[in-house]
Design a protein around this ligand. Structure first.
Ligand code: G3I
Length: 460
């Protein structure tokens, strides 16, 4: 079933064509309309009233009311104010979800959901068949307690995922809470959940402006260039040497560039004290650690809004050129890909950008993919989300081995970072779950990823 068949018509203006326009901020094109081919995709529209236990009957329709009064309560803490139990069973042509939904005053779950048709857990299998190293996911272990959610854990441990990224626990504040005092307890918890499962690990991240301990951000003695550089290099050296090749790669520096003006260095404690050289120092320290321990670990620069050609991407490209020119190791660039439905770079734009980095002699990886919607979601925005996921994954497939893999930034709306960061937005991940320890419902966005990996024709 092609992507076309999961872009339901009647939901989108037929015949429109992609018309990307430059956008600022997080998004790329401000308005994109998409072609659809009048294929009806069965939608799930709850016809019954929400009840505690009865299975609500569903109707299929070529279009459906987007009367969703959703205030999806997905939250990082996993505290959902509503509860529901849902089990999804997908047949070959359509999916139907038998859902019993309980709605509490503060939580109404989506009343319409574009559901996946795919069954099983083929994402990482399909990625490897397409020549990728993985289809992976971030996991906030031990942060949000998702590992204790049996439905989340079953999906995380499935063959959908061949890579795991620690969402938080390897960040500076957790690993060096006091000067030269290293705490790897949480990181070892993460690794104990992952190692031995065959998953590779993208270790994340060494130097960033966020999640820093107060001894860095509010030192008792003001930093000088020399003293802060020494602290930076010591952190990088200790973590690269401690974790060794348990990491497939490290995000050595995360998000060094600004969006305003795009491509300038962002102001942070590192830049403000050391200057742009802090990035070079971080990669140089990592390079020295790799050599000292004869490691195979790859060194990456990771950022957002560098998924399409523009000043921020050019700045990252220039960084690659500078580091290589100095003989400092950089193996890849992480394209975070935190997108907004309808403002996602189209496939051609993402391919051109990926190729620009590949031409410099580095790999690229999609490292933090999610596509958030304005809440409540509706069939139109969900269909756009499917296409945006499709185009992003298809771009990685289309450029060949230079794009080594795709990682989503968690797969379960319940544990997504989005609602807590962007009020009024959410529904960004591949699965819906209406509460911790509740069954997952697979969204059509999952099909978008799978179709891209298996080479289905593009819909637009
Ligand atoms: O661990 C503490 C917990 O002890 C405390 O009770 C709780 C309440 O304050 O906070 C917990 O820490 C939170 C942490 O996530 C772990 O769950 C922090 O407050 C919260 O700010 C942190 O947010 C993370 C954010 O990075 C900042 O580090 C998100 O989960 C994480 O998804 C997000 O991920 C970043 C990537 O690292 C870089 N690219 C962008 C991406 C999204 O912002």
């Amino acid at each position: 079933m092609s992507v076309r068949s999961i872009i339901a018509t009647g939901l989108l203006a037929a015949g429109a064509v992609a018309s990307p326009q430059w956008g600022g901020g997080w998004g790329y094109p401000k308005t994109v309309t998409v072609t659809s081919d009048h294929t009806v995709y069965k939608t799930v529209t709850k016809t019954g009233s929400c009840s505690g236990s009865s299975v609500t009957s569903f109707s299929s329709s070529s279009s459906h009311s987007s009367s969703a009064s959703t205030s999806a309560s997905a939250s990082k803490s996993g505290s959902s104010s509503g509860s529901s139990s849902a089990s999804s069973s997908a047949s070959s042509s359509t999916s139907t979800v038998a859902t019993t939904t309980t709605t509490s005053a503060s939580n109404t779950v989506p009343t319409t959901t574009l559901l996946a048709t795919a069954t099983g857990h083929p994402l990482d299998v399909a990625a490897k068949a397409a020549g990728k190293l993985w289809f992976g996911t971030a996991a906030d272990i031990p942060g949000t307690g998702e590992a204790q959610d049996p439905y989340w854990a079953a999906e995380f441990n499935s063959t959908d995922f061949g890579e795991a990224t620690p969402a938080n626990i390897m960040k500076f504040v957790f690993t060096e809470p006091e000067p030269n005092v290293f705490n790897y307890t949480g990181a070892e918890q993460f690794l104990s959940f992952v190692e031995g499962t065959g998953k590779l690990v993208r270790c994340h991240n060494l130097i960033w402006q966020s999640e820093l301990p107060t001894w860095i951000t509010n030192p008792t003695v003001n930093w000088t260039n020399a003293t802060l550089t020494a602290a930076l290099r010591n952190h990088v050296t200790n973590l690269v040497e401690y974790f060794g090749d348990r990491c497939y790669s490290w995000d050595v520096v995360n998000e060094a560039f600004s969006d305003n003006p795009a491509g300038a260095y962002a102001s942070n404690v590192w830049f403000d004290t050391i200057g742009p050289a802090y990035v070079v120092e971080a990669f140089d320290a990592a390079t020295q650690a790799v050599k000292a321990k004869n490691l195979a670990v790859k060194l990456y620069y990771n950022d957002y809004n560098i998924e399409y050609l523009g000043n921020k991407s050019y700045a990252a490209q220039n960084l690659v050129t500078e580091l290589k020119g100095r003989g400092i190791q950089i193996d890849g660039v992480g394209l975070e890909s935190h997108f907004i439905a309808g403002e996602t770079p189209d496939k051609a734009s993402q391919m051109a950008n990926m190729q620009a980095f590949i031409n410099l002699g580095v790999d690229v990886a999609i490292t933090e993919l999610d596509v958030r919607l304005n809440l409540p979601p509706n069939a139109t925005t969900e269909a756009q989300q499917v296409l945006d996921y499709y185009n992003s994954v298809a771009a990685c497939v289309a450029v060949g081995d230079g794009c080594i893999g795709v990682t989503v930034w968690d797969f379960d709306d319940e544990y997504s970072w989005v609602p807590g960061t962007f009020p009024g937005q959410g529904y960004a991940d591949l699965f819906l779950s209406n509460g911790p320890n509740e069954p997952l419902t697979r969204k059509a966005a999952y099909d978008g990823c799978l179709q891209a990996l298996t080479g289905a024709p593009e819909s637009a």
